[in-house]
Write a protein that binds this ligand. Structure first.
Ligand SMILES: C[S@@+](CC[C@H](N)C(=O)[O-])C[C@H]1O[C@@H](n2cnc3c(N)ncnc32)[C@H](O)[C@@H]1O
Length: 235
């Protein structure tokens, strides 16, 4: 298995969401160099998700919006007999991710591709004949305006017994109003917006028996985690 040369793949100009790839490259061209150092203080709940993720030997795991590859690198070190894939809109972020995998000597087990979440296709993009066992989004859906398509693609790319995990910003309703106001405005500078419709859509799916859902609110609703399981869903 090989790690793609992220820098050789240009953003897809023709796709209707291609502007997002250009935006992300612009945003992360410089930030990628200090991204991991700064984000560890405020992308909360990521490590708990990685620890609790039920990943079994021989399974396949994809992170959508993998950024610098920080999460995939942690998982790959922890699960040497699992295969990992990452996709991201930004070729800039993927340059850092590819370098991280090389440095940690795990590039053979982590495949990276430049693509949009909204056009996820396990076969077309990764040459995979079967869907993923686990797909996760870590602080990426809050940056994706067309998040419904991204979630739909993820669910349709999951095995019948598959798991989808999301950790992201919430509404901070458990925090003091001035702090909430500051966080909201600060996140907006980065094009990050909490999407209450996301959890509502997952709850609807669970209500219709399409999945099992657990939602956990973290740190005064600073963030939330949604664990979606297709395995016990009614046929
Ligand atoms: C805040 S970063 C999170 C990175 C990583 N998941 C983490 O936890 O550190 C969001 C990532 O989502 C990517 N992204 C934004 N829109 C995307 C889209 N439509 N498709 C794929 N990736 C996207 C960005 O390029 C960026 O790398």
């Amino acid at each position: 298995m090989s790690t793609s040369n992220a820098s050789s793949t240009a953003p897809m100009e023709s796709h209707p969401c291609a502007a997002q790839a250009v935006r992300m490259d612009r945003m992360y061209r410089l930030q990628r160099h200090f991204y991991d150092l700064t984000r560890k203080f405020y992308l909360l709940g990521r490590d708990d998700l990685l620890t609790k993720m039920n990943v079994q030997a021989g399974q396949t795991v994809l992170e959508v919006g993998c950024g610098t590859g920080r999460n995939l690198a942690i998982l790959a070190r922890r699960h040497p007999d699992v295969r990992f894939w990452g996709l991201d809109a930004s070729t800039e972020m993927l340059k850092t991710a590819a370098a991280t995998m090389e440095r940690k000597k795990i590039s053979e087990r982590v495949v990276l591709r430049q693509a949009l979440a909204e056009e996820l296709d396990p076969e077309g993009l990764f040459g995979l004949a079967r869907p993923f066992d686990t797909i996760f989004f870590s602080y990426s859906l809050s940056m994706i305006p067309t998040w419904e398509q991204a979630v739909e693609k993820a669910i349709s790319s999951l095995a019948p017994q598959g798991h989808l995990h999301i950790v992201d910003f919430c509404d901070q309703m458990g925090l003091p109003a001035p702090l909430r106001w500051m966080i909201k405005r600060w996140l907006a500078l980065f094009g990050v917006h909490h999407k209450p419709e996301l959890v509502a859509a997952l709850e609807r799916m669970a209500g219709e028996g399409k999945c099992e859902l657990q939602v956990k609110y973290l740190y005064g609703r600073y963030a939330f985690r949604a664990d979606v399981s297709l395995s016990n869903a009614r046929p």
